[in-house]
Unconditional design. Structure first.
Length: 177
């Protein structure tokens, strides 16, 4: 564009879905189990679609920019009582990617079906969040905690990787490999 850079950059924005539900599993009534992650994903999808429908994005797209896609991560059900394809069915939506683990992929291939796609307006997500708030869960506070925990997990993994590389480098340096 103006800076002479290629605007066609492929990228994703990750939403770790089941972490929401795991975080509140023992704190909410049974009827709310496995619904918070989907509601949060629906709100993220609504904001995403609003951006794609905006005049600002239209101008960028006319210049060749590619939209960042939403990537649904952590989409295996951690609740043994929930359907093993729960998040796959609920998160089916245009312009998204689902990084389901192999076990979930095989389960979906075996007995999963895509029904209605996620709606661009967020569906009943606001109502669902209100139910969680009434049950004593503050979604904003939980979001901040999950973000801190996630950053720490990635930081720990990064440092572990660096240590592994340094160790392997030292090993190869001493053996002449």
């Amino acid at each position: 564009m103006r800076a002479g850079l290629d605007p066609a950059v492929a990228s994703v924005g990750s939403v770790f879905v089941s972490r929401w539900d795991t975080a509140v599993a023992g704190r909410v009534p049974a009827e709310l189990r496995d619904r918070l992650g989907i509601a949060e994903a629906a709100l993220a999808y609504r904001a995403y679609r609003e951006l794609l429908d905006s005049p600002r994005w239209g101008r960028l797209a006319n210049e060749g920019a590619r939209p960042q896609r939403l990537l649904w991560a952590s989409t295996s059900s951690k609740n043994p009582d929930a359907p093993d394809v729960l998040y796959v069915r609920a998160l089916a939506a245009p312009f998204t990617i689902n990084t389901m683990p192999e076990k979930t992929l095989h389960a979906f291939a075996d007995h999963g079906q895509v029904g209605d796609l996620m709606t661009a307006d967020g569906g009943d997500a606001e109502h669902t969040l209100a139910e969680f708030t009434a049950a004593g869960v503050n979604p904003q506070d939980l979001a901040e905690q999950l973000q801190r925990d996630g950053a720490q997990t990635f930081d720990t993994s990064w440092h572990s990787l660096l240590e592994s590389i340094a160790s392997k480098h030292a090993q190869l340096s001493t053996t002449g490999g």
